[in-house]
Design a binder for this molecule. Structure first.
Ligand code: A3P
Length: 305
């Protein structure tokens, strides 16, 4: 099997360009993902799989690097064998042939595996529940998440062009974006955590006190980090380090997929960038929507530190 990196590099750029939205049960996903849906749905999780799950742009890559560092005893060399997207298969990712699919990559990987998904809770392949796999979920406040997703739409050629900010915000609110509604996603996984081994973390908490959140992850994985190892992980996974780390900053992806001259993958990495994008009216509208859609769930978000 060709590896993911060589596969992507061999692609005809036109074959990955966004063409049309396709969905599974109303959730927009890549065209190739929808075509392969049966295979993805029947994915065979193993009991010792760890799954990192997020709504897009809420700190997935950050959590992936943290987990890899914990699993490698805080040794950055051991985490540098491949770009992050190759170290942890993204189960619903499907490119045209000959690129291996996320499922194929996962199947070829020895246990214990760490996998990535953005699927909403109701679309997760059932074997993850049957095998009682550990899941780490990272959530980010809707405003910063929307801003980050807007800029991502500008630079990722596989997903639709976002249009103007105000237009994109409407699309985001309506959930007519890839992987569906932010509200349903964060709430669905929040409710699932009462029935499954899910560690539910927040981007804002990770920003405020990374050491504390990293130690939580370590405990969830059944280990305790010594002070020096913890400090090394904090340093290695801070925004400035990851921005210049070629194995984390996605600069290894062909530019016909991510055009980082338009907007870098490691863009700002802060809490509160929404203030530079939202009007007062847009901000109040999103506050009201959050209150309404998260009502009765005990789930709350911080939009500034
Ligand atoms: P911004 O666009 O707001 O900068 P994902 O990995 O889920 O795609 O999320 C990407 C977002 O997380 C981007 O947000 C990116 O800059 C931010 N990010 C990545 N690594 C980070 C880190 N180490 N610390 C803080 N934010 C990080």
């Amino acid at each position: 099997m060709m590896d993911l990196q060589s596969g992507m590099e061999s692609l005809d750029p036109d074959s990955v360009k966004f063409s049309k939205l396709t969905d599974i049960e109303g959730i927009y996903l890549f065209k190739d993902t929808v075509e392969q849906w049966e295979v993805i749905h029947n994915f065979k999780a193993r009991p010792d799989d760890l799954l990192i799950c997020t709504y897009p742009k809420s700190g997935t890559t950050w959590m992936q690097e943290i987990v890899d560092m914990i699993q490698n005893g805080g040794d950055p060399e051991k985490c540098a064998w491949a770009p992050i997207y190759q170290r942890m298969p993204f189960i619903e990712l499907c490119f045209p042939k000959p690129v291996p699919t996320g499922v194929e990559e996962a199947e070829a990987m020895p246990s214990p595996r760490t996998l990535k998904t953005h699927l909403p809770v109701h679309l997760l392949p059932p074997s993850f529940w049957e095998q009682n796999c550990k899941i780490i979920y990272v959530a980010r406040n809707a405003k910063d998440n929307a801003v980050s997703y807007f800029h991502f739409h500008r630079m990722d050629n596989m997903i639709p062009d976002p249009g103007r900010w105000d237009e994109f915000l409407e699309t985001f609110i309506a959930g007519k974006v890839m992987w569906g509604s932010w509200f349903d996603h964060v709430r669905g996984w929040w409710e699932a955590k009462d029935r499954h081994p899910i560690l539910y973390l927040f981007y804002e908490d990770m920003k405020e006190d990374p050491a504390k959140e990293i130690q939580k992850v370590a405990h969830f994985l059944g280990t305790d980090l010594s002070e020096p190892v913890l400090n090394r992980i904090v340093q290695h996974t801070k925004f400035e380090s990851m921005k210049t780390n070629p194995m984390a900053n996605h600069r290894t992806l062909p530019s016909f997929i991510f055009d980082q001259t338009v907007s870098p993958f490691m863009r700002k990495g802060i809490v509160g960038d929404w203030k530079d994008h939202f009007t007062v009216a847009q901000s109040e509208r999103l506050d009201n929507l959050c209150a309404q859609k998260l009502k009765g769930s005990s789930l709350t978000f911080r939009t500034q530190l």
